[in-house]
Design a protein around this ligand. Structure first.
Ligand code: ADP
Length: 293
């Protein structure tokens, strides 16, 4: 099964073109949608989830035309939006059972089994009777996944799910997502590059409503191998280095500043070849765009 977006465009009433003739093919598995704030990720997710319509273009899931067959799409969709509200005074079992009933899933007995299985799977079983208002950020996101998984969806959309999670909760959440991604399409929308490099088999980088790069993270990294260089720099040299080179990142390490530079050839004395990572791909891709404009 594939999700196919063809030439989709969305302009908001204020005049912002959030999606600009965007085309993308998303296969089964974990797909990372990377882009800076304002790139158009949430708009794209909402259009796929049929919460808003595009102005033009087509979106199909298998042979389902989702702009026309919205109810059919909703039946096979699991969605964890960016601002996911919870009823603070109910517990996980009650709310999940309620959502399952609203979705018209199964009999009372079947729903009970379904809810129990999902709470086990998302590691919330021992917290099932606790009020949701008392959940940590990680537990809340795992609950969000449990509700998204109700009804065995074929397409799961998670929008910026790891923002605000501590490292352990984030790991747990990403592991859960990648387990799910084995059989269905999971779109993980994020501005956090590590989320994508850790769990996604395919990805796209978008900005200003357009796809800048699409493919396998590993392959994208290989494409810039030999073109990334590292230098331990003094702070006072940073402005000059930014002027002279295409700096893709600066990081602090043990009180020193390490800069990564993109260059077809060795940029000069003191530079050594750097092992590229997805962060380098991301900044190179966006940096290239900044230079183009
Ligand atoms: P992202 O999720 O990548 O941060 P968004 O899809 O939220 O990007 O936003 C893309 C662009 O569309 C931004 O310029 C944003 O300001 C604009 N935008 C988003 N939602 C609305 C809206 N409801 N009305 C007007 N402009 C919007």
């Amino acid at each position: 099964m594939e999700l196919t977006l063809r030439n989709i465009t969305k302009t908001y009433p204020g005049g912002v073109t959030a999606l600009d003739d965007l085309s993308l093919t998303i296969p089964t598995g974990m797909f990372g949608l990377l882009g800076p704030n304002g790139a158009g990720k949430s708009t794209l997710m909402r259009c796929i989830a049929t919460l808003q319509d595009v102005d033009s273009g087509t979106i199909t899931l298998g042979d389902l035309d989702i702009r026309r067959e919205q109810d059919e799409l909703r039946r096979v969709l699991g969605y964890l939006p960016q601002d996911f509200g919870l009823y603070p005074n109910v517990n996980a079992v009650t709310l999940l059972s309620h959502i399952a009933a609203l979705k018209g899933l199964g009999t009372t007995g079947e729903r009970k089994d379904m809810v129990e299985a999902l709470l086990q799977r998302t590691n919330l079983w021992k917290h099932r009777k606790k009020k949701l208002g008392g959940y940590s950020g990680g537990m809340r996101q795992r609950f969000g996944i449990a509700q998204a998984l109700l009804g065995q969806p074929k397409l799961i959309i998670v929008d910026e799910p790891t923002a605000g999670l501590d490292p352990e909760e984030r790991n747990r959440f990403l592991n859960l997502l990648s387990e799910i991604g084995e059989n269905v399409i999971v779109i993980l929308s994020t501005h956090i590059v590590e989320d994508v490099s850790e769990v996604c088999s395919r990805m796209a980088i978008i900005d200003q409503g357009q796809v800048l790069t699409e493919g396998e993270p590993r392959q994208a990294i290989e494409e810039i191998r030999g073109k990334t260089w590292r230098l331990e720099a003094d702070r006072e040299d940073l402005p000059r280095l930014h002027q002279e080179h295409m700096v893709i990142s600066t990081r602090l390490s043990g009180g020193r500043t390490i800069i990564h530079v993109f260059s077809e050839t060795n940029p000069g004395p003191g530079f050594e070849a750097a092992d590229p990572d997805l962060q380098d791909v991301y900044f190179t891709t966006l940096g290239g765009r900044l230079q183009e404009v």
